[in-house]
Design a protein around this ligand. Structure first.
Ligand SMILES: NC(=O)c1ccc[n+]([C@@H]2O[C@H](COP(=O)([O-])OP(=O)(O)OC[C@H]3O[C@@H](n4cnc5c(N)ncnc54)[C@H](O)[C@@H]3O)[C@@H](O)[C@H]2O)c1
Length: 331
């Protein structure tokens, strides 16, 4: 018999701030790039009838002593059912005994740690005076993308663009209400061009298989976080933009296997593997340079890694232990 802690979405939400999640994800990226983690490529189980896929994502962080796995489903047709695209559950395992230690909602955790990854990249790569942000995609990820960017830079103006106008309008209202570091000045853009034209930081968080803005609309020196394309067929960032950017990835091996945003321009002969400048963990460790001029475009490509889930999940579990939150059941 052992005790298992169960944490609901609301408890997960209360137990960790975006700033804490950014610090935990940064630590996870450092351990990953330093060879201090075990991160098998995630196992994808497609469910063809729904165009859906369920991913099984395990990881171990040896310095943090955090072990676990997330099961996450991405079902794009859910948009038509008025349901989120993503549902997920996180399981943490005690690394001393192998006993399951906690189960928690993984849906908000996913949005939090995905926002946090862009927070880490933006903190390291965006120009320090960056003050205008554009978010493309008003879904669940889009919300935490803006929150993360506003946590690491003083954002005065934000644009939101979504191909569904009602989603963008609801997003602007919800984000204004959230307040904190998020500016009151959030505008719904009529087009992606209008959103990105003045942006110093862009987050693409869509389910698109076509580029979501035009290369010619970008400002010099913009920093881009691309989080949506996680299969070889998906494509959010124009290939010309990728070709003229400094490209930083979360994991070299995972992005070469999964990121259409890199695989498509590679197949077209526009870039090769050497075009990838490095991993964000290598830059965070000071092993390779970050931004080297105010004019260069930096592009962080995130496919999403289990080390992010394990790092933030373990932080939440420890906070819950400390504060006596969550429900404990004997298994
Ligand atoms: N990198 C990671 O770690 C990570 C983590 C979670 C999710 N994701 C991916 O991020 C993407 C977004 O996830 P979500 O949970 O927010 O999904 P969601 O369905 O809640 O939101 C996606 C939004 O994108 C909009 N959209 C689609 N195509 C568009 C286009 N061409 N231009 C503008 N808007 C467009 C949709 O209308 C929708 O509002 C998905 O592809 C998901 O798989 C990545």
């Amino acid at each position: 018999m052992f005790k298992l802690k169960i944490l609901t979405r609301e408890e997960v939400r209360q137990l960790v701030t975006m700033a804490q999640a950014i610090a935990a994800v940064k630590e996870a990226f450092l351990q990953l790039s330093a060879g201090k983690s075990i991160l098998p490529l995630r196992t994808q189980v497609p469910v063809e009838s729904q165009d859906g896929v369920t991913l099984f994502m395990p990881a171990y962080l040896s310095t943090s002593d955090a072990l676990g796995a997330k099961i996450v489903s991405v079902f794009p047709k859910n948009v038509n059912k008025d349901l989120p695209t993503i549902h997920a559950l996180m399981v943490l395992v005690n690394p001393e005994t192998g006993q399951p230690a906690a189960v928690m909602d993984g849906t908000y955790l996913t949005a939090l740690r995905t926002g946090a990854a862009s927070g880490v990249a933006t903190e390291i790569l965006a120009r320090t005076e960056a003050s205008a942000a554009a978010i493309i995609g008003a879904g669940i990820q889009g919300h935490t993308q803006l929150e993360a960017v506003c946590t690491v830079r003083t954002i005065k103006k934000a644009w939101i663009y979504d191909s569904r106008l009602e989603a963008a309008t609801a997003y602007a209202k919800a984000m204004k209400k959230q307040g904190g570091p998020i500016p009151a000045d959030i505008s719904v853009a009529d087009s992606a061009a209008q959103a990105v034209r003045e942006a110093d930081i862009i987050c693409a968080a869509t389910t698109s298989t076509e580029p979501v803005f035009e290369d010619e609309d970008l400002k010099p020196g913009v920093h881009i976080n691309g989080i949506g394309s996680y299969t070889p067929e998906m494509h959010e960032i124009p290939s010309q933009t990728v070709a003229r950017s400094k490209v930083i990835v979360d994991s070299r091996s995972a992005s070469l296997a999964e990121a259409g945003d890199l695989i498509i321009p590679m197949k077209a002969g526009l870039i090769n593997e050497e075009h990838i400048h490095g991993e964000i963990g290598e830059i965070a460790a000071g092993k390779i340079p970050a931004r080297e001029s105010d004019d260069e475009i930096t592009f962080f490509k995130s496919v999403g890694l289990a080390v992010q889930d394990v790092a933030v999940g373990e932080l939440i579990r420890r906070q819950a232990e400390r504060l006596g939150m969550g429900k404990e059941v004997e298994i």
